[in-house]
Design a protein around this ligand. Structure first.
Ligand SMILES: Nc1ncnc2c1ncn2[C@@H]1O[C@H](COP(=O)(O)OP(=O)(O)OP(=O)(O)O)[C@@H](O)[C@H]1O
Length: 879
């Protein structure tokens, strides 16, 4: 046995990676010409090779046959093709794999007299010739060729190189697999020696005469040439390795029909064995063609048992299916083609077979052992590097986990804050109900105070109405068709029967004004409260979802100026600042005048109430309720739209201030009325207010939502006290200390859009502002075709396509949709850009709110875009 060195082994191992792998059996079809006998019988050829890979059945009589008319294989060869061509173009590559250590097999399969032996004799000769030619070209390698030959005749194995006719046994060797016992294996001297042996085999093979073939092979013949090769330089050395592979030339006996072969006696018996073994071969091939699932019956015949490695195993295999073109053999030809069709689906898994000598194997294993022991004793430098890398990786993991912990802690705090906000909201709602009830007592001070409060919340009023109304119905509609100045809302569930919870109908609704306070402002029942809480939760969930999932791109929010502190920062560069400063310098006389105007306006809008109470009281009560409600909504939102605003100061309870630590923005909020600031800092001058704070504290200590709502009386009393103090304070400021207003105006000069932040203004001016903003927002809606939809207090959703009314929040939050909506109105929108969408003082600023979130969420930055709407007090916000 020759040997190759260690380097050679490495080379062959690499080669194995290249050569080895799965491949399908190569299937060729060879059509022989009509024989003389067939021509004499006037047989016609029904088969035609139409190209290099397809063969066509041409018979006009059987065109409607259910069999396929055309077959495609790896190669088809017509009758005029030489065996040389079949070899060169078909099987040469596979046959010569053997010299590279890869097993290979060349089969000839077909019916009797179809040309199998004719083909295989030529193929074997050409292949062996090429092998010898290869050996001559590679003198650096030492080749050893061994030859063996058997035939399987009547299911018995016969050694064709032995004079002994005793059948050989087939054994299963644990290392070599299936082997034929005592088979003669001749080491070839040269090419001539092989030719000699081939002649012997040909002579030894059982041949019989049938009516179809005078020299019909009555057995399956397997010629095996085993080639071992090794590099000459390592010959005889301990570290030698060898490539060893075999090539099988298999000339199968032909299937035959006894009726056609006219076989009787011995021929008939032979034919039965042939057909049976071929049937097993066909079954094995069919099973293998469907994948290697389940049992494959190799052992059902000696043929398949011996050829098992060549069928789906460690070998490259080519099958040449031979056909007789004669019409009389069409059925057998179809069977052959069916076999070929299955065979081409069989997957082989060839490998380069490297054999080490025992010594080489021992040496190789010793080296491997020594290397492993060495690694264990003294870790290589590379190992140290690995440890360092592992440590670094672990450090990163720890860092990441710590970051996650911090993140989760923030989220937990945020959630706690939300819970607290919800608790406060419940409390505010209760207070709102009581507040409204007190108004109806007709207390003049309450009337005046309520005007100031309501006007202060005017900007939120309209939004809240929209949100609530739409929140009560799946489908909602804003009807702008009646009048551009006074669009009416056709809101489901708010028809003419809508009334206040106290039985009074909405005065504004009677006038067709879009605001229907009766249905909105009074939270007289527990159901209302629950509904609103649900709404608030929904908003919170929606927003949280939008933010947490990073779907902030399309987040669209209408930020009413009162709450849009950061928006104000952006808008400060706009010309409205001048108008704001002008407004800040209002004198007391102007203030009083505006108060009167507000009352007149509200009276004219509302008309007399059925209960005879002054319209302004109702309006104030309603607005106040709405303010409470908005405050509740805001509390929810404040946690989400971080830094976007502070709650309305007049309704920010002391408890709220305690529960939610003021962020930097709240601290710097310039427009907070001092009196209220004191209250919110829990040092109210009002003992009632303190009582209220205590009650809120007690409520928070007890986490029961149902049981710990502060008493309404306490709440209302507290608010009354606060409002009274504030009113008196502002009145005093306006009368005597003009500089105070100026100072306040300076503080808020850049805010501009929020009259509530301007302490120089009176409640009357706020009411006017409320009216202005309502109209402006309505215009905005008309202009942009914006509608508030279900459960959205702060989201304005755009209907970009007038024919496609989309109310799904998620969809409408998408930035692309927002852009589309703007572009329809010839407004290109870019982040940070302020747009004027209506002529009367409404501006929308499309901005990144990441800073807002960063501020509110303790440094956690979220990329959120929001749309802010601002309205200037003079109604002329420039674009
Ligand atoms: N391609 C061919 N060109 C010319 N003659 C051919 C061709 N193929 C086969 N023949 C001739 O056809 C006859 C039958 O061929 P062959 O003995 O090889 O068939 P077979 O398939 O081996 O039959 P069997 O299975 O009975 O042994 C032979 O006389 C052979 O010379």
């Amino acid at each position: 046995m020759g040997a190759i060195g260690g380097d050679e082994l490495t080379k062959w191992e690499k080669m194995q990676e290249v050569v080895s792998g799965e491949e399908k059996i190569l299937v060729l079809v060879r059509l022989r010409p009509l024989s003389e006998k067939e021509i004499a019988r006037n047989e016609v050829s029904d088969w035609e090779c139409i190209n290099e890979t397809s063969i066509l059945f041409r018979n006009s009589l059987q065109e409607r046959s259910m069999f396929p008319m055309a077959y495609t294989f790896d190669g088809v060869f017509s009758g005029d093709c030489s065996t040389r061509k079949v070899y060169e173009e078909g099987v040469k590559e596979i046959a010569l794999s053997v010299v590279s250590g890869v097993n290979s097999s060349i089969f000839a399969y077909g019916q009797t007299s179809s040309g199998k032996t004719y083909t295989m004799i030529g193929i074997t000769e050409y292949a062996v010739a090429d092998i010898y030619e290869y050996m001559q070209r590679h003198v650096e390698r030492a080749f050893v060729l061994k030859f063996s030959a058997i035939e399987i005749y009547n299911e018995a194995i016969r050694d064709l190189l032995s004079t002994d006719s005793l059948p050989l046994r087939v054994l299963d060797d644990p290392e070599k697999g299936t082997v034929v016992e005592k088979i003669t294996e001749v080491t070839l001297r040269d090419w001539g020696h092989l030719k000699e042996l081939l002649s012997i085999c040909e002579a030894q093979r059982k041949i019989g005469e049938t009516s179809l073939n005078e020299t019909s092979s009555r057995s399956h013949q397997i010629l095996r040439l085993t080639i071992e090769s090794s590099a000459c330089e390592f010959l005889g050395k301990d570290n030698s390795t060898t490539l060893a592979a075999s090539v099988n030339f298999v000339d199968l006996a032909g299937s035959e029909r006894a009726s056609q072969a006219l076989s009787v006696g011995a021929r008939l018996k032979e034919g039965c064995h042939i057909n049976r073994s071929l049937l097993t071969l066909g079954t094995v091939i069919r099973k293998l063609s469907k994948g290697r699932h389940g049992h494959v019956n190799y052992r059902d015949s000696k043929l398949t048992r011996i050829l098992q490695p060549c069928l789906g195993g460690n070998a490259r295999t080519a099958i040449i299916c031979t056909l007789s073109p004669a019409r009389s053999h069409v059925e057998q030809s179809r069977n052959t083609l069916l076999f070929a069709t299955c065979a081409k689906e069989v997957t082989m898994n060839a490998k380069v077979n490297v054999v080490m000598s025992d010594k080489a194997l021992v040496k190789h294993l010793q080296r491997e052992l020594a290397r492993l022991e060495s690694e264990l004793r003294t870790p290589a430098p590379s190992s140290n590097c690995d440890y360092a890398a592992v440590l670094k990786k672990k450090d990163l993991q720890i860092e990441k986990l710590e970051k996650e912990v911090r993140e989760l802690t923030k989220q937990r705090d945020l959630a706690q804050s939300r819970v607290e906000d919800l608790l406060r909201m419940v409390g505010n709602d209760q207070g709102s109900r009581q507040w409204g009830g007190h108004r109806q007592e007709g207390n003049k001070w309450e009337d005046e105070c309520s005007v100031s409060e309501s006007s202060g919340m005017a900007d939120t009023h309209f939004l809240d109405i929209q949100g609530r109304k739409f929140g009560t119905a799946e489908s909602s509609n804003i009807d702008y068709s009646s009048n551009s100045d006074e669009p009416s809302l056709n809101l489901p569930g708010n028809g003419e029967d809508d009334s206040l919870s106290n039985g009074t109908s909405s005065p504004l609704s009677d006038r067709g004004y879009p605001v229907r306070p009766g249905a909105e402002f009074v939270l007289g029942t527990g159901e209302d409260l629950d509904d609103i809480c649900k709404e608030v939760r929904c908003i919170e969930m929606d927003e949280s979802l939008a933010l947490s999932t990073g779907d902030a791109e399309g987040m669209l929010a209408l930020m009413v100026p009162r709450y849009s502190n950061v928006a104000d920062e952006e808008i400060e560069s706009t010309p409205s600042r001048e108008a704001t400063n002008t407004q800040n310098n209002l004198t007391y006389g102007r203030l009083e005048q505006r108060m009167q105007n507000v009352q007149k306006t509200i009276d004219s809008l509302a008309g007399p109430y059925p209960d005879g109470s002054p319209p302004c009281a109702h309006a104030a009560g309603m607005l106040n309720s709405r303010s409470q409600k908005l405050n509740r909504s805001w509390s929810c939102r404040a946690n989400l739209m971080a830094g976007s605003s502070s709650p309305p100061p007049y309704f920010e309870t002391a408890g709220e201030s305690q529960n939610t630590p003021p962020n930097g923005f709240e601290k710097s909020f310039p427009g907070r009325p001092e009196g209220f600031q004191k209250l919110s800092r829990n040092d109210s001058q009002s003992s009632i207010g303190i009582a209220f704070v205590h009650e809120l504290k007690a409520r928070e200590n007890n986490n029961s939502l149902d049981e710990d709502i502060p008493s309404i009386d306490t709440f209302v009393a507290g608010l009354k006290e606060v409002a009274k103090l504030e009113y008196e304070k502002q009145l005093a400021d306006c009368q005597g200390t003009e500089p105070k207003a100026e100072k306040a105006g300076k503080n808020v000069k850049d805010v501009g859009l929020d009259p509530m932040q301007d302490t120089s203004e009176t409640p009357a001016s706020w009411a006017l502002e409320f009216e202005r903003r309502q109209k402006a927002i309505i215009e905005l809606w008309q202009c942009c075709n914006i509608s508030l939809v279900h459960r959205t207090y702060f989201f304005l959703l755009f209907k970009g396509d007038p024919t496609d009314s989309i109310y799904m929040e998620v969809e409408l939050r998408r930035l692309s949709f927002l852009k589309e909506a703007f572009s329809q109105g010839n407004h290109a929108v870019e982040a940070g850009q302020t747009l004027t969408l209506a002529s009367r003082g409404v501006a929308l600023t499309y901005m990144s709110a990441s800073d807002l979130f960063e501020r509110k969420n303790g440094g956690k930055k979220k990329e959120v875009n929001c749309l802010k709407a601002g309205i200037t007090r003079d109604g002329n916000f420039p674009g």
